[in-house]
Design a protein around this ligand. Structure first.
Ligand code: PFF
Length: 463
């Protein structure tokens, strides 16, 4: 389970050997477990629907390939090289006295912000498992499923209690130290989610609205690709791949010496994209068949999915299974998000892992309440036209993650340097991937920072 640390972080206060992933498959399960989550099943369809369909999808694919992939490789390489949490890793890799570790600090902020709204969406998923089992959701009438969702999110007590339930659940997994348990669970259940999505997809594509849905997803209407749409698509690419805030750096620090980093990144990206596409093809045919609104936003999945299941044999059981598996996928992502503050508090400030976990949870109960209550008690509080839930989502995906991406690319391209980067990607000369490493390095040095900055400034209306 452990591997020797080639460059032990000087400032680490930990005395026990650092844990790591046991095998290449374990690496894939964990990194994919982080990438696949609500982003695929909830965020991808709602953003694609709200931003005009195919054009958004195309920009999202480009952002994933051109920006996401190189940044993911950079993070994994830095993490493995330093074998430490993001703050310590940047302190170790950067020349003395330069404040690159601030990227790690910003990443901790992003982790809290994402978790505060993510845990609320997982809360809705948990609540839906129960509702599905009771059979109270099965209807293809938008008015019925819409009202059921509205009733849930506008009830402050339910919103808070479900969120606390989710946080307690995730906390107990981390506290028990059963990462192996969840790893094993994820390995078994993720393929099931895949199968269920395939089934759903096949069924959905047989509905009468399928051709309209496919046109919506694959025929771009160019005028719909505006600057804010491009920024949202890029933000989604960062969010989806769990990059820009140190998560993949943290997971990279658990990789073995022989792990082929570029190959791992490509596999994670490809698998993640397939899950999103399946989710899109499961949801949009139903949207068009039953007359839902594709631009419904965050509620889209919660009102359309029940409608598809309502048409299927054994719909009630299958729907419960679908939400359970969604919860499992989201759990892997939440664990990776929490791992960032927990391992940082542990390694940098010498706080024991259980205490670090409790502290993180406490922080989340406090700031998460803002998101949980944003559609009920705090619904009227909309500074700048967004409620707290939407702000947390907007700031993390469209500002913090891309900014993190810029600085990670700048760090590798201008500070860490080509020699160290190539050395790290080649597993100290054992892999013959110099040309590939050089190409990724070029993108990180020149293309990624400028492209991300341009998209951000245009998207935010600065120029
Ligand atoms: N990638 C996850 C998803 O799509 O659901 C969300 C996520 C996990 C974002 C970890 C960022 C992160 F660091």
């Amino acid at each position: 389970m452990t591997h020797p640390s080639p460059t032990p972080p000087l400032s680490s206060t930990s005395t026990t050997p650092r844990a790591g992933f046991s095998s290449s498959f374990g690496v894939l399960a964990a990194t994919l477990g982080s990438a696949v989550g609500l982003g695929n099943i909830w965020k991808f369809p709602s953003l694609t629907g709200a931003n005009g369909g195919a054009g958004f999808l195309l920009v999202y694919l480009l952002a994933t390939l051109l920006i996401g992939l190189p940044v993911m490789v950079a993070e994994m390489a830095m993490g493995r090289q330093a074998r430490a949490n993001p703050i310590t890793a940047l302190r170790t890799l950067a020349p003395r006295g330069q404040p690159w570790w601030l990227i790690g600090m910003a990443g901790m902020g992003a982790a809290f912000l994402i978790l505060s709204f993510y845990s609320e969406v997982v809360a809705w998923v948990f609540a839906y498992v129960l509702k599905a089992l009771r059979g109270s959701l099965l209807s293809s009438d938008p008015a019925v499923t819409g009202a059921a969702f509205q009733a849930l999110i506008s009830d402050p007590v339910q919103s808070l209690l479900w969120q606390w339930g989710v946080l307690a659940f995730i906390g107990s997994i981390l506290l028990l130290g059963v990462t192996k348990g969840i790893e094993a669970l994820t390995k078994k259940l993720m393929p099931l989610l895949f199968v269920l999505l395939l089934l759903l997809c096949a069924f959905s594509l047989s509905l009468s609205g399928a051709s309209q849905a496919l046109a919506f997803l694959f025929q771009p209407e160019w005028h719909k690709i505006t600057a804010p749409v491009v920024l949202t698509a890029m933000g989604l690419a960062f969010f989806k791949l769990s990059i820009g805030m140190g998560t993949m750096m943290t997971y990279g620090s658990y990789f073995g010496d022989e792990q082929n980093i570029p190959a791992t990144a490509v596999r994670v990206m490809a698998a993640d994209l397939s899950v999103s596409m399946l989710a899109g093809m499961a949801i949009f045919p139903a949207v068009f068949t039953f007359g839902f609104e594709p631009a419904a936003g965050p509620s889209l999945v919660f009102i359309t999915i029940p409608a598809v299941f309502a048409q299927m044999p054994f719909g009630q059981v299958l729907m419960a299974a679908f939400f359970v598996l969604t919860a499992v996928a989201a759990t892997g992502a939440m664990l990776s998000l929490m791992e960032v503050p927990v391992v940082t508090l542990h390694e940098r400030w010498g706080i024991s892992r259980p205490r670090a976990t409790l502290l993180t949870l406490l922080g989340l109960v406090m700031i998460g309440a803002g998101c949980a209550l944003s559609q009920s008690t705090l619904a009227a509080f909309q500074p700048g036209g967004r409620n707290l839930f939407d702000w947390a989502d907007f700031i993390s995906s469209n500002l913090l993650l891309p900014l993190g991406g810029i600085f990670i690319a700048l760090f590798v391209g201008w500070v860490w340097g080509t020699g160290a980067f190539r050395q790290a990607l080649s597993n100290r000369g054992r892999l013959n991937n110099g040309t590939l490493a050089q190409a990724i390095f070029f993108v990180l040095r020149w293309v990624s920072p400028l492209l991300i900055l341009a998209v951000m400034l245009r998207g935010l209306g600065v120029f």
